[in-house]
Design a protein around this ligand. Sequence first.
Ligand SMILES: NC(=O)c1ccc[n+]([C@@H]2O[C@H](COP(=O)([O-])OP(=O)(O)OC[C@H]3O[C@@H](n4cnc5c(N)ncnc54)[C@H](OP(=O)(O)O)[C@@H]3O)[C@@H](O)[C@H]2O)c1
Length: 445
Amino acid sequence: VTNVAWRAEDDLDRRTPEITGRPPIDRWTEPGLRRIRVGLLGCGRIGQAVVATARAERDRLAAAGVDLTFVRALVRDVGKRRAVAVPVVDEAETFEMDDLDVLVEVLGGLNPARALVARALAAGVPVVTANKTLVAHEGHDLERLARRHASVLAYDGAVLAGVPFLGSLARRPLLSGAHRIAGIVNGTSHAITTALEAHVPFDRALADAVERGYAEPDSSADISGRDAAEKLTILLRLAGVASARVEQLTILGIDALTPEDFAAARRFGGTVKPVALADLSGDQPGAWVGPAFLGADHPLARATGVTNVLQISGAAGRYASDVPDIIFQGPGAGPSATAATIIDDIVEAIDATPARRPPAARRVSDISQPPVGPWFLRLTATERIRPEDGQALSTLGLPIARSARGEHWVAGLTGVASWRDSQRAVTLARARGFDALAFPACSVV
Ligand SMILES: NC(=O)c1ccc[n+]([C@@H]2O[C@H](COP(=O)([O-])OP(=O)(O)OC[C@H]3O[C@@H](n4cnc5c(N)ncnc54)[C@H](OP(=O)(O)O)[C@@H]3O)[C@@H](O)[C@H]2O)c1
């Protein structure tokens, strides 16, 4: 191992047992503690939280029969002070894996994560990652590689990071065969839209989110919807849409929202939140990442701040339409919450019989457009809205179910229409001099 920058006296945790060669592969049936040698790719916020949590929760883990030892971590800057003592190295190409029982990837991004994860899986080393970019773009190939080498790629920390539910989709064919998923899967954009709804201007809402640690200084992936699109891609793949790609999805960033959207949503008795949704039923499937109108009674409408929520409809099957939806809810990010999910993933991943199975493939032709459904349509004028502008909505070719107007805006909730029709209406309204926007309406009350 090159560039090891770690001094024994830095090790605050002297209870860590000495590592003496690769232990035999234990099985749960053997009594005693299994010592699990963990390699870390990345020792930033999440990597350090994984080490700190595992050490703080040593007794609970011992009761479950495992003792995690952190053997080494790949970082960029070996001189950086870290909150936990772990040997650090900075040479990705020579990162040693032969002596590892499990590799935890918390670097972020595609490179060098992809090559290192592939190398581990090909060597039969189970990998746990919280890196949604890696799983969204390369997950399909990496899972195939894992299966070929009887290894495991576990990534519950990649979507709703603090809510351990993804493994349920991976293991349970009826749950993953549900016909609709809708969720708030990005805490940063959720915190910002919650502030926008409370009349905080966009720039201040973003600055507040950064200050409170909800957002990175560069939050472009959160605001543009790219982060949520990566998470939806992962969910789609687990739901059997093997061909799902981030680039196919229709995405609208929350920076397209204006105060009029929130004013109109309030008048309709609901709210606007950043959602990721996919309808996989029938012959008109579709997916959307961006703002959505939610009626006040919608389960996603009640969540605030950085909370993540995922609603799954139809898991009990088509003959059980009276069965209520399933809701997963909790912290979508944060070092401690994510670390707990990663540690439980480690324990699962080293189990002798990985339960994850390739999802049952669905015959879903195209998810590149949002599903057919009701739309929220808002037009804003620079001039005061005149009574005759109230007619503007009804002449855009969409069935208007409800409408509302303010001094400078008119808005409507439509009946069922296609994405194409909603976009045609937006184009027409813009040609008439309005600022216009349309996005899905998830429940019309
Ligand atoms: N933060 C969250 O709440 C959260 C929640 C769920 C999932 N995740 C995911 O978890 C992953 C890690 O997030 P994080 O917040 O811990 O990020 P972070 O604080 O930026 O940590 C990244 C770590 O990776 C190292 N690193 C990055 N690029 C490298 C390279 N090319 N070569 C060697 N080392 C490199 C960094 O080294 P240095 O320390 O030397 O800079 C750092 O230790 C990401 O995929 C993120 O999406 C994060």
